[in-house]
Design a binder for this molecule. Structure first.
Ligand SMILES: Cc1ncc(COP(=O)(O)O)c(C=O)c1O
Length: 407
């Protein structure tokens, strides 16, 4: 008898992304003609600004179709460094930048570059679904720092200090947060930096992918811009969310500490994995960062209006609490007040997964159950408001009707 191929332990341990699974299911149902309102997808519903697309088409037509330098072309890296210097106050140059196939891969590569098997990586939770699998793929051990809706899902400097010890190698800080939709204020960032600077061996992986999508009067403060923090911080960002470019797969990292060792290590590893990003996309990067900010601001204003709209509706749902979203395009309501009740289709709701699947089956509305986000996630569902105002109105109406029929 032939022995079946055995998967590696690593592969067996990796769960599929639950958020991408929901998005795929909604696409399938819609393709089959079903009338579904999707609050699942974590991507803007806008098209990529034309000026950015034109730059890619032009470079493709001009024949920029060969291998490019692994960390990116000098022009694209300089455009990113310029953005980080002028908009974020991070003192860096082109050599401190690596461009990757989407910020998801940037986070993965950063973890691979700094985490050894057995190292502890701090993860404030609820957290984006991919962090834990990525930490574990690097052999790291996740240590959660839980925070709930009553403190806007944000850890305090004291919470952070209580979780730091000699085993900790890194922390992932994601602000604005997916899934929580909340953002650390500059004062809060400085408070965390105060604690972290006393542990200079701890790498701070600052995932700032939603940095341009904030809805408060407060300015945004990057961790690496706090005096003294650049040495230990790897700043991660990308074009996917800000510029409505999720399918393009462009992410990047900036790290200036340790004589450039982190970016060099990420570049070496990337050279053995994916090489550069698609070469004819490189010229679009300076164009996006330098010429599309007007369009980004329009998208931001639209998201800000939707944030108010959806939060206003959710705040009125009986038994549901939800902090006000201040960034990204998510709300993360606590729906545990419905647990133990029965839906109109006869489902006893015993958790966020039951809530989400009954809602999809019975009300034709897709939300993401919070289990995969860890921490208090199992009490929550995530709704993305990267969809039209009409969808928000109709989706909320369906949810309200469905909630009203729980017994
Ligand atoms: C917090 C966070 N970081 C990184 C990413 C990955 O972005 P990209 O599409 O550029 O890989 C996402 C996408 O959902 C995200 O929510």
């Amino acid at each position: 008898m032939r022995k079946p191929l055995e998967l590696s332990k690593r592969a067996q341990g990796v769960p599929a992304s639950p958020t991408l699974a929901i998005t795929a299911r909604v696409k399938e149902l819609k393709a089959a003609g079903e009338d579904i309102i999707g609050f699942g997808a974590g991507e803007p519903d806008f098209g990529t600004p034309e000026v950015i697309a034109d730059a890619a088409v032009e470079s493709l037509r001009a024949g920029q179709t060969r291998y490019a330098p692994t960390p990116g072309t000098p022009e694209a890296r300089e455009a990113i460094a310029h953005k980080l210097r002028t908009e974020n106050g991070i003192d860096c140059s082109a050599g401190d930048i690596i461009i990757n196939n989407g910020a998801k891969f940037t986070v993965y590569l950063a973890l691979q570059a700094i985490v050894n098997p057995g190292d502890v990586v701090l993860l404030p939770t609820p957290a984006w679904v991919s962090y834990k699998p990525m930490i574990e793929l690097a052999g790291g051990v996740v240590r959660e720092i839980p925070a709930g809706p009553t403190c806007d899902f944000k850890m305090t400097p004291a919470d952070l200090a209580a979780h730091l010890d000699g085993d900790v190698r890194a922390i992932i800080l994601n602000s604005p947060s997916n899934p929580c939709g909340t953002t650390y204020t500059p004062e809060e960032i400085r408070g965390l930096a105060d604690v972290l600077s006393k542990h200079p061996h701890v790498a701070v992986i600052a995932d700032e992918i939603y940095e341009r999508l904030t809805y408060t009067q407060e300015p945004y403060l990057s961790m690496a811009a706090v005096p003294g923090m650049a040495e230990q911080t790897i700043t991660i960002n990308g074009l996917s969310k800000t510029f409505a470019m999720t399918g393009w797969r462009i992410g990047y990292a900036c790290a200036t500490g340790s004589g450039g060792a982190v970016i060099k290590a990420m570049t070496r590893m990337q050279s053995q994995m994916t090489s550069s990003i698609t070469s004819f996309l490189m010229p679009s990067i300076p164009v996006a960062l330098e010429q599309a900010m007007g369009e980004v601001e329009k998208m931001r204003q639209t998201f800000a209006a939707r944030a108010e709209m959806i939060h206003g509706r959710i705040s009125q749902w009986p038994g549901v609490t939800c902090p006000r979203p201040t960034g990204a395009f998510y709300v993360f309501p606590d729906v545990s007040g419905t647990f133990g009740r029965t839906s109109r289709g006869g489902v006893v709701i015993n958790g966020a997964m039951d809530f989400a699947s009954a809602l999809l089956d019975e009300a034709r509305v897709a939300v993401v159950p919070g289990e995969g986000f860890l921490g208090c996630g199992p009490n929550h569902v995530r709704l993305s408001f990267a969809c039209s105002e009409a969808d928000i109105t109709e989706g909320c109406r369906r949810i309200e009707e469905w909630l009203g029929q729980l017994t």
